[in-house]
Design a protein around this ligand. Sequence first.
Ligand code: ATR
Length: 486
Amino acid sequence: MNKINGKTEVIGVLGHPIEHTLSPVIHNTVSEATGRNAVYVPFHVYDEASKNAISEQAEIEALVRGAYNLGIKGLNVTVPYKSAVIPYLADIDPLAERIGAVNTLVRTDKGYKGYNTDMPGLYMALQKRGIVIEGSTAVVLGAGGAARAVIAMLLNYGASRVYLVNRTFEKAVQLSDEMNKLFADVIGSRSGVIPISVDNIDSVEVSVSDSSLDKAVAESGYLMFQCTSLGLKAGDGLLVDDDELYKRASYGFDLVYNPAETPFTKKLKSLGIKCDNGLLMLLYQGIIAYQYWTETEIGSDVVEKAKMNLCKAVYGDNLILTGYMGAGKTTVGHALAEKLGMDYIDIDAYIVEKEGRSIPEIFKEGGEEAFRNIETEAIRELGAKTYNTVIATGGGAVLRDENAKLLKEMGRVFYLYASPEETFTRVKGDTGRPLLDSDSEQQLKDKIIDMIRVRYHAYMRTADVRIDTDGKDVEKISEEIISQFK
Ligand code: ATR
């Protein structure tokens, strides 16, 4: 986190409840990565006596004024205040006004201006995935608050026809009517929203003829949005369990992001259809809000960093194992992955697969320097795409300053320490380790002692935790690591 001083800008999110918010992860990552002196904090807004949300108009007014008077640079607003704050804003963006909900307050000379970045956030996420909304046909599953935002996005950005499927048909009818009225001017002569009951999905047509644009889209299928709460709980099923509905989709988006895979995303993937979960929407609504507050453009490398930290916060951090060869990184790594339900990657194995050569071959052809360059690149690549993974490093990976920094950013680093004697017992007779080629046992022993002495500080400076492994079995070592990782 940046150093807080008298010039630190304060941004935050207000809501009730608020403790599970992921927004601080997004915004503080962006501030840190861009070097901005700003801090993003949660504001738990509730009535102390009743422990409920505040609801008196005068209190909400005082809240918005108070935030402004405190000089708060910008705010996110979440449940249950997204509509309640609107009367106390100096200005409001037309789209937010139309749907009657703001999630972002931007400081102006006169007070806060309200925006809703949920819809543009989803739109931006879809754009990044190459999905075209204009002229599309969409199928929305669910008729609650999430469906409302998705339908508003679809209509606002020019979807041609939206089928709304819901368990309770009356709610689908109600929401369709409401949205068709709200966006009547945008819909024009297009179809708008059409309510469908779950046992009438046969009437969902891929092909629509509202405009010439539709034809191209129709050929590839419709876009599907999963907006029910199904998928949040283990054992949840699909709203409509009929492949016919899913087969005709060209793309699917599930607003649920935890767990990462839901019955909906699994179904589409099993049919070979591209799909994403709601994490991208969460990410981009935040990025757009940050851009409003700071009037800056956030570059894609920073967005990727925020996404990685978000993934780590939602799905789990990486657990990195370092240590001299023979320290037990592979054995312990596999055991940990199994126990914690995480993936496992061995950086050396990753390099061998990527290069199509064995490590002794890489050493033979280019020397240690060439290998270390490849290794740094591999660490960088993995850091940009892995979370919830146990990662075993090569024995010498920590030697370079650059690697040490990358590994620390990648996750929580555990140094598996073994004494020279123990290391000797573990690695003698092993031929796949070029740095240990020796003529005699004594020479091997000396090499090990020497290497451990030289590398010890490199390991220690990279490590968050040192684990002594001498005389301990895999079970015991794993337990120690898990107790310090959680
Ligand atoms: P949100 O604001 O997140 O969209 P919501 O307003 O509670 O949440 O809406 C939940 C949606 O999930 C609704 O469409 C709901 O269907 P009903 O309108 O029929 O209640 C849907 N939903 C929740 N549990 C469901 C279940 N077990 N089967 C089918 N649909 C379900």
